[in-house]
Design a protein around this ligand. Structure first.
Ligand SMILES: *Cc1c(COP(=O)(O)O)cnc(C)c1O
Length: 394
């Protein structure tokens, strides 16, 4: 061997790193686009599924597989796919399974971009869309057409936290052979496991509670039927919806504390709901375990007594009061997301529901004083004093 300093071309010879006899305890980050095969025979065996192995990161990589397997375990699913965002997971499911001439029905208070996908994009591809009220299962039956193939639903609506009649919806889907796609982002597998309430396809925005630290954008989609699974996988890989290794690595690390974060956030949310409900400047509080919640009994049965980490409330006064409230709560992020370790507060009238008319918002019960709160894992005494200060400014 030459004693000369190595040239760049010598250094870049691609060889696996030797890490000795012991294994790392944390999942290694496999920041590699390609995986070199040993021979054409081996590559053939990989492509035909006889041999496990990766080839090209858009088609799959170890960090996505490790994350998917952990979310599979939480949901009791198998073969889940990680996508670059929650919206990519929804898009892969809908466009992977529907074709021009098909009809799908979505709940009327879905995540904003899901509603937009149904109203603006799917019709451009010849896919017809309709809506129903998920708290009223017979309204799904009335929205059916002969070409209806699929139903998209969330169990807890945004931002009024209405609870879907999952049993009624599942029954209609079974009777009519419809594919039920359930976006379980708000509810998480801690409140409700998707297949147990009748879903055929499970969606998560991993961005939210599962990853849990507001530093990763990712999605997850799983299908019960292997034909559905393959159609969704092929569409996602072809259209490049698949995720980066580092994002998956971060999300996997976040997921290890999901149970702990969820339990603490829920405990905080229940305590804050109680606190706000007794505050003179709060007009109403929406939280599923509270007896005054409009779907209380259904929520108690579906979520087995759990209320989750989301709550909504309405303060007295209009936009001016809302501005003062947010300004007087500098510790609470005023940001349209959810599921972070810290609280985040959103104001639907100026964000998610700004496109509606004031009358349209009023019909949903969303006034200028209406806020949605994603509760974090902070010290609850501190949270109560932050809210006391904010409400004093109203
Ligand atoms: C955030 C969210 C999405 C979209 O997820 P992204 O990761 O932001 O693309 C879909 N559904 C629900 C219920 C969400 O809260």
């Amino acid at each position: 061997m030459s004693k000369d300093p190595k040239t760049t071309s010598q250094i870049i010879r691609r060889q696996a790193m030797d890490i000795g006899a012991a294994r790392p305890v944390a999942t290694p980050l496999h920041q590699s686009v390609v995986y070199a095969a040993g021979s054409p025979d081996q590559l053939d065996a990989q492509y035909s599924g006889q041999l496990a192995g990766y080839t090209y990161a858009r088609e799959g990589h170890p960090n996505a597989a490790a994350l998917a397997a952990r979310i599979d375990a939480l949901e009791g699913a198998e073969g889940g796919l990680i996508t670059g965002s929650g919206m990519a997971a929804i898009t892969a499911a809908l466009l992977g399974l529907l074709k021009a001439g098909d009809h799908m029905i979505g709940a009327d208070q879905l995540y904003g971009r899901s509603l937009r996908l149904m109203s603006q994009d799917l019709p451009r591809f010849g896919i017809e869309t309709g809506q129903f009220d998920p708290t009223d299962a017979p309204s799904l039956k009335r929205a059916l057409r002969p070409n209806t193939k699929l139903v998209l639903v969330e169990a807890l609506s945004n931002p009024t936290l209405r609870v879907a009649d999952m049993a009624g919806i599942a029954e209609i889907c079974t009777q009519h052979g419809l594919i039920m796609v359930l976006d379980n982002t708000f509810t998480t597998p801690a409140m409700m496991r998707s297949y147990q309430v009748g879903a055929d396809i499970i969606i998560h925005s991993v961005t939210k509670l599962l990853a849990g630290h507001a530093d990763v954008t990712l999605g997850y989609v799983a299908a019960k039927n292997p034909d559905h699974r393959k159609a969704i996988y092929d569409f996602a890989v072809t259209t490049g919806m698949t995720p980066a290794p580092y994002e998956c690595w971060l999300a996997e690390r976040g997921l290890f504390t999901f149970d702990l974060r969820y339990a603490r956030a829920e405990e905080n949310a229940a305590a804050l709901a109680e606190f706000l409900a007794h505050h003179p400047k709060v007009k109403r509080v929406l939280y599923p375990t509270r007896p005054d919640h409009p779907d209380h009994n259904r929520a108690m049965a579906l979520f087995e007594g759990q209320g989750g980490n989301m709550l909504s409330f309405e303060i007295e006064g209009g936009r001016e009061a809302a501005n003062r409230f947010v300004q007087a709560a500098p510790n609470i992020a005023f940001a349209p997301t959810l599921g972070d370790v810290a609280c985040s507060l959103s104001h639907p009238a100026s964000s998610s529901h700004r496109a509606l008319t004031p009358e349209g918002r009023a019909a949903l019960g969303i006034s200028e004083g209406f806020f949605r709160l994603s509760v974090g894992i902070e010290d609850v005494t501190q949270l109560k004093s932050d809210f006391t200060a904010a409400l004093a400014a109203v």
